[in-house]
Write a protein that binds this ligand. Sequence first.
Ligand code: HAM
Length: 422
Amino acid sequence: MISIPKGTKDVLPADSYKWQYVEEKAREIARLYNLREIRTPVFEHTELFARGVGETTDVVTKEMYTFFDKGNRSITLKPEGTAGVARSFVENGLYSTPMPLKMYYIIPAFRYERPQAGRLREFHQFGVEIYGSPTPDTDAEVIALAHDFIASLGLRAKLHVNSIGCKTCRKAFNDALKAYLRPRLDEMCPDCRARFDKNPMRILDCKVPECRKVTAGAPVITDYLCDDCRAHFDAVQRYLKIAGIPYDIDTKIVRGLDYYTRTVFEFVSEEIGAQGTVLGGGRYDGLIEAIGGPATPAVGFAAGLERLLLLMEKSGAAIPGEPAPTVYFAGMDAACREKAFALAVDLRKAGIPCEVDHMDRSLKAQFKYADKINARFTAVIGGNELAAGVMNVKDMSDSSQHTVAFDRAAEFFAHGNSCKGE
Ligand code: HAM
């Protein structure tokens, strides 16, 4: 037996409608905000993530699926969607198109992490990126889109926002943070000791209890914002209030990827355990330039689809759309089955989903199967019916019985189907 690789999951036929539902909600919200889909490759040159996501991030140093292809190029399965979109924006000259450029994607992403509930090695993201606008209302619109998407799934998650400023204010903050942490370094985990020189702000994000104790009294970034970053953050909050979106300011949010500037945010649920961040994002005004494009402001987010589905299950949110055929034809003998087959051909031409028996089952077994697949109607054709040109139809929704002529079948089922409002 060959088993599935650790940290990956199959989506089985019985569950795929749940994924389709969440994906459809994502596409619906994208239409509502006038975003267009962008599709980029599942793998990119490793260099893109090293430069884009950041050489010192956990994602780049520990978690990438990197290999050499047969042409000896270093290739990486994308650990997130933003860098690939940025690469495509530069390579295709999208900066010459009307701004803002509003895009979304639904992608698989790959990170070599320790698997646990809500943390996989192959996972899926619904991501949104808006390019070309530096204004705070754009940040608020992206957050509003994220909020509306989560709400459209019948879910609730708490919004945490922060500003991590620009290069200038971050330098002042990092100096203050390092001065505070330096005498306490030996109380901290090895990861944080390594972060101290390379990326001290990430220490604020560490979940190790000893490190949390140390960082509880650390300086906070919002006290170090320059005037422009302060004004931007205030305006983002004003727009969130206009949109009626409640939020908490959480100065510990720094995000795990290096490209962020100014606004960062996460939607967090406490219902699904340690991996409660269902969505994260922020502004990243320096990324396009860092990968060789013209300076272009940008803001976006990505939601983890596995975590959203987990939350839907935990919170009992309705997941409609389990597929079921409208009609199941049960045939008594070979001649009846042939007629059933012919009727199914006609019904499908009329756009009515239906099934016939392919297993040569007894009539009783056919009924059982019809029940299992949740067919709305069971249409039985026996010898007498075949001779009379009719079938006996049972409407499973109210157990009513109907005699329907073969030549009225499409009309009856189209009508019966719409009556139920399906
Ligand atoms: P991220 O916070 O690394 O951001 O990931 C976004 C979301 O993907 C997380 O909030 C989580 O729901 C989900 N996620 C991340 N890693 C895993 C995993 N191993 N297993 C399951 N779900 C996971 C980004 O990826 C940025 N590219 C978001 C962004 C777009 N920022 C600006 N634009």
